[in-house]
Design a protein around this ligand. Structure first.
Ligand SMILES: Cc1cc2nc3c(=O)[nH]c(=O)nc-3n(C[C@H](O)[C@H](O)[C@H](O)COP(=O)(O)OP(=O)(O)OC[C@H]3O[C@@H](n4cnc5c(N)ncnc54)[C@H](O)[C@@H]3O)c2cc1C
Length: 337
């Protein structure tokens, strides 16, 4: 176990904001986690469990306890002729999991290559990219409840997965800490190439493999997304809005080139990046904050921005998009105060 006081979170958030937390605690197993959570002092303070901070915006110093897992490990829990169930520790870097699976030729998560963050957070966030969401391959998620101190295993249905949503995000109702993730992967992969640039990138190959998909995804991501090591960011700042058919038809009458994708329940998904770009924000820089020049959905820290400045800039984008399109964007990034 590791316990630090007045600890800098600069290396624990991909915006690289130099905020501090009153306490920082890391645990190596469920017993240590239980000891932290049962501590009376801990119970009086606010707490937040983080992964690698690639989806967080620290608006100010955190006057409480930041908790982080060090539970690592990837192992085959079960397998058949066609499938393998991988059991993964929550602190395992997500892309190491993808690399592990792809190097063995197992399919299911190759489209999710190179997404920053840890495996536990991937299960919380229902990460998604290029036509695949984590829910498509989750077998079950193992958790530790911070109120009852009980471990629990959620089947994929019990996780209540939806677009960037899971039951684990609902901390008020049931405060779960993810300890392990179990994924169901295919030994004879069926590639998912619905996303046009991905299909175009490997379409010429006679019999593409999961490695080819990983490579193509890497190239696409490299051309579109800033590397947080060089330019602080937290990926897509806003979620893509879902609107009903009538609202979409009204929007299309005004903006005939508006892009869209079908979404569940007859709704329509509109790329938030397109809305933001149309409002003139793409590549705009104001002081230390800006919108990435190649992707309007990404807010970047040019070096010395504060969390507050990023939040104000994001609010300006939201108001402008709302005034122009009547759509109120929802942040995908979690604000922490
Ligand atoms: C350059 C870039 C590109 C990105 N591309 C994508 C993309 O293509 N698709 C996508 O979906 N996302 C993307 N993201 C967002 C981000 O990578 C994901 O949301 C990721 O899953 C966050 O992982 P993390 O470990 O950094 O979690 P954090 O940001 O630290 O935390 C995210 C949330 O998970 C909770 N949490 C973390 N660990 C646990 C745990 N063990 N138990 C319970 N709760 C926990 C936190 O409280 C928080 O609510 C991108 C981000 C960046 C910076």
């Amino acid at each position: 176990m590791r316990i630090e006081k007045n600890f800098s979170l600069k290396d624990h958030n991909t915006f690289h904001l130099p905020v501090r937390t009153r306490w920082f605690m890391e645990y190596d197993n469920e017993d240590e986690l239980g000891r932290i959570l049962r501590d009376e002092y801990f119970q009086e303070l606010r707490s937040l469990h983080i992964g690698s901070g690639s989806n967080l915006l620290f608006v100010a110093d955190f006057n409480g306890i930041i908790v982080h897992s060090r539970i690592r490990g990837i192992r085959v829990a079960r397998e058949t002729d066609t499938e393998v169930i991988l059991r993964i520790g929550a602190a395992e870097p997500w892309d190491d999991v993808v690399r592990y699976a792809v190097s063995r030729g197992w399919g299911g998560i190759e489209n999710l290559s190179h997404i920053p963050g840890e495996a536990g957070a991937a299960a919380v966030q229902n990460i998604g990219a290029y036509g695949v969401e984590l829910k498509d391959v989750v077998d079950s998620v193992e958790t530790f409840n911070q109120l009852t101190f009980e471990p629990h295993t959620y089947t994929v249905d019990a996780c209540q997965y939806a677009y960037r949503h899971s039951i684990f995000k609902d901390e008020q109702r049931d405060p779960h800490i993810v300890t392990h993730l179990n994924l169901r992967l295919q030994k004879r992969p069926v590639l998912r190439l619905d996303y046009t640039p991905l299909r175009d990138a490997i379409g010429a190959l006679a019999s593409p493999t999961v490695s080819d998909v990983r490579e193509a995804v890497g190239a696409i991501r490299h051309s579109k997304l800033p590397n947080p090591e060089r330019l602080g960011n937290a990926g897509s700042f806003f979620m893509n809005p879902l609107v009903d058919r009538a609202q979409f038809d009204a929007l299309r009458a005004l903006h005939p080139d508006i892009p869209s994708y079908p979404a569940p329940d007859g709704r329509v998904k509109i790329p938030a990046g397109w809305l933001i770009e149309r409002c003139g924000f793409k590549g705009l820089r104001e002081g230390e904050v800006g919108v990435y020049e190649h992707q309007a959905l990404i807010i970047v820290n040019h070096g010395h921005a504060t969390g507050d400045e990023i939040a104000l800039f994001a609010e300006r984008i939201r108001r402008t998009v709302s005034d122009r399109f009547g759509i109120l964007l929802t942040p995908e990034v979690r604000y922490v105060e």
